[in-house]
Design a protein around this ligand. Structure first.
Ligand SMILES: Cc1cc2nc3c(=O)[nH]c(=O)nc-3n(C[C@H](O)[C@H](O)[C@H](O)COP(=O)(O)O)c2cc1C
Length: 149
């Protein structure tokens, strides 16, 4: 099973977190990693496992780096049945009404197109004492049990 990690970021945290997730998953899987801004939705394949790592900006909106991918999903509406994915979102609980919405928006869009979310939906909180990379590594270790061979 190949894993495709897609990160959507404004200031780079999601990319650092994706590196940490990649380090864990690459022990068992063939892993590739892309900025969502450089990834075409037609390259989503049901035989890959997608890990979406996405921050939140504005008032519960997607970061700039995730916008082209989200627009591609909205415009092209690919049939994603059979595709499995997991989400690790980034946010800050000072934004309590919109906490971690970015990752949730990506999950909603993929699910609407037929893909299935698996595993725990990770939500990092920038106001917590836990570093995003540390939480992401633990999350990825849990995910290895879900991805399968
Ligand atoms: C201007 C601004 C707006 C933000 N809005 C939200 C928000 O609505 N909800 C949330 O959970 N986090 C919000 N955040 C926090 C970021 O999502 C968080 O710091 C994240 O780790 C940044 O990741 P990135 O560097 O990959 O973009 C905001 C941060 C900034 C600077």
């Amino acid at each position: 099973m190949s894993v495709v990690i897609l990160y959507g970021s404004e200031t780079g945290t999601a990319e650092l977190v994706s590196d940490a997730i990649s380090d864990v998953l690459a022990q068992q899987h063939d892993v590739s990693m892309y900025d969502m801004a450089d990834f075409a939705v037609e390259d989503l394949h049901a035989d890959d496992f997608v890990v979406a790592v996405c921050s939140t900006y504005g008032e519960g909106e997607l970061p700039t780096g995730a916008e082209p991918f989200a627009e591609g999903l909205d415009d092209e509406k690919p049939d994603l049945s059979g595709l499995r994915f997991a989400v690790f979102g980034l946010g800050d609980s000072v934004y309590d009404d919109t906490f971690n919405r970015g990752g949730e928006i990506i999950a909603e869009k993929l699910t609407e197109l037929g893909a299935s979310q698996v595993g725990e939906h990770g939500r990092h909180d920038m106001s917590s004492k836990v570093a995003a990379k540390v939480q992401a590594k633990e999350w990825a270790e849990g995910l290895t049990k879900v991805i399968g061979a």
